[in-house]
Write a protein that binds this ligand. Structure first.
Ligand code: FE
Length: 245
């Protein structure tokens, strides 16, 4: 069978989610539960059932910056594969009932769970990334986030330059993050491959995926243009503020 999103049970309807608030909680709490969209038919009773969360917006909502074509691969293939591979690898494991977050934290320090790290972290990171963007987002934040950005970086332009440098300078595949430190100050960090701040006890507010699969169809090799589009048109400051707690 041709390996299309439809053939795997991921319909266009499945790509269209509800509100950001509702789906963010569902995405980040992704855990055992009802059979997921991905591989539902192949999951045996008692197996891990991490779900592919719905996107928080229609699959063409971020155009022209991130197209439905990119999402059909990035969400429909890459993110879906991390979830289905994770579920397959957890079959029969003592980690199958852990939440995604518990599994990531455990896999980062427990040798027996290390093999789960990449797919678990990528499943979590992607759910977080979708919610880090919204149509009509980006630009300068207001309210609490504006105060935090000013207190932590001096002003918005310095934050923007630092985030763009981290995202553009990450060698190879990885992620750029805005995180909140224990001292209440915000910081920017880049992680390689699947690595994620939650594995190290840090609190992420938003992330930008800088793996080539995130931007190559829309921007080819122009990662700085993709990062600029993320900062100017997509970044979801409401999600960042919510994650501040
Ligand atoms: Fe990705």
């Amino acid at each position: 069978m041709k390996n299309t999103p439809q053939s795997r049970g991921i319909t266009r309807r499945g790509l269209i989610g509800g509100t950001i608030a509702g789906s963010a909680a569902a995405a980040l709490a992704s855990n055992a539960g009802a059979a997921g969209i991905v591989g539902a038919a192949a999951v045996s009773p008692g197996a891990a059932r991490h779900e592919l969360p719905k996107l928080p917006w229609a699959d063409d909502a971020l155009q022209p910056y991130i197209t439905a074509n990119t999402l059909s691969f990035h969400y429909g293939k890459h993110h879906a594969a991390y979830v289905s591979k994770l579920n397959a690898s957890l079959e029969g494991s003592d980690a199958k009932d852990m939440s995604l977050k518990e599994l990531i934290v455990s896999a980062a320090k427990n040798e027996a769970h290390k093999k789960f790290f990449n797919n678990a972290a990528q499943a979590w990171n992607h759910a977080f990334y979708w919610n880090s963007m919204r149509p009509g987002g980006g630009g300068e934040p207001s309210g609490k986030m504006a105060e935090k950005i000013a207190a932590s970086f001096g002003d918005y332009s310095k934050f923007k330059a630092q985030f763009a440098a981290a995202a553009g300078g990450q060698f190879g595949s990885g992620w750029a993050w805005l995180v909140a430190g224990a001292d209440g100050k915000l910081a920017i960090e880049a992680t390689a491959n699947a690595d994620t701040p939650i594995a190290h006890g840090r609190k992420p507010l938003v992330t930008c995926d800088v793996w080539e699969h995130a931007y190559y169809l829309d921007f080819q090799n122009r990662r700085p243009d993709y990062v600029a589009a993320f900062l100017d048109h997509l970044l979801n400051w409401d999600f960042a503020e919510k994650n501040l707690g």
